[in-house]
Design a binder for this molecule. Structure first.
Ligand SMILES: N[C@@H](CCC(=O)N[C@@H](CS)C(=O)NCC(=O)O)C(=O)O
Length: 126
């Protein structure tokens, strides 16, 4: 059974990554000053994710559509990232967006739809 799922993942993974590449959205274009402001704001964000998780791909595509440079943290192959996600976020589930605050606290936002809604509200053109 384990082997079956491993095989399924091995086949579907590259297909999903190819589809992600082929359907890559055009990012919104901002003025240089506005993009610099957005880039600075994105330094407070990190996406814990798996490369071939469809929900993570959905969030990555939204980040591309909004032209957001958000650090991606592999929670599948990196023990450090996986442990941080579980210990600080409370669940090993991905995608999860870590939103760091100036005072050192952080919010761990789960659920791809909620993450995309947050990104749209924070970064979509007004
Ligand atoms: N409803 C969630 C589904 C997320 C989900 O099922 N993620 C899977 C990977 S594709 C996961 O984290 N599985 C590991 C786990 O639940 O511990 C969303 O839209 O973000």
């Amino acid at each position: 059974m384990k082997l079956f799922f491993r095989l399924l993942r091995a086949i579907l993974g590259p297909v999903m990554l190819l589809k992600e590449r082929l359907t890559r959205p055009q990012g919104v274009v901002r003025t240089a000053a506005e993009q610099a402001r957005v880039d600075t704001a994105c330094q407070n964000l990190a996406l814990y994710q798996f490369n071939t998780c469809p929900f993570c791909i959905k969030v990555r595509q939204e980040m591309r559509r909004l032209s957001l440079k958000v650090e991606l943290r592999d929670a599948q192959n990196s023990t450090v990232n996986r442990q941080a996600l579980l210990a600080q976020g409370g669940s090993p589930k991905v995608p999860c967006l870590k939103i760091s605050n100036e005072d050192g606290t952080a919010k761990w936002l789960y659920e791809s739809s909620d993450i995309n809604r947050y990104l749209q509200q924070a970064f979509a053109a007004k």
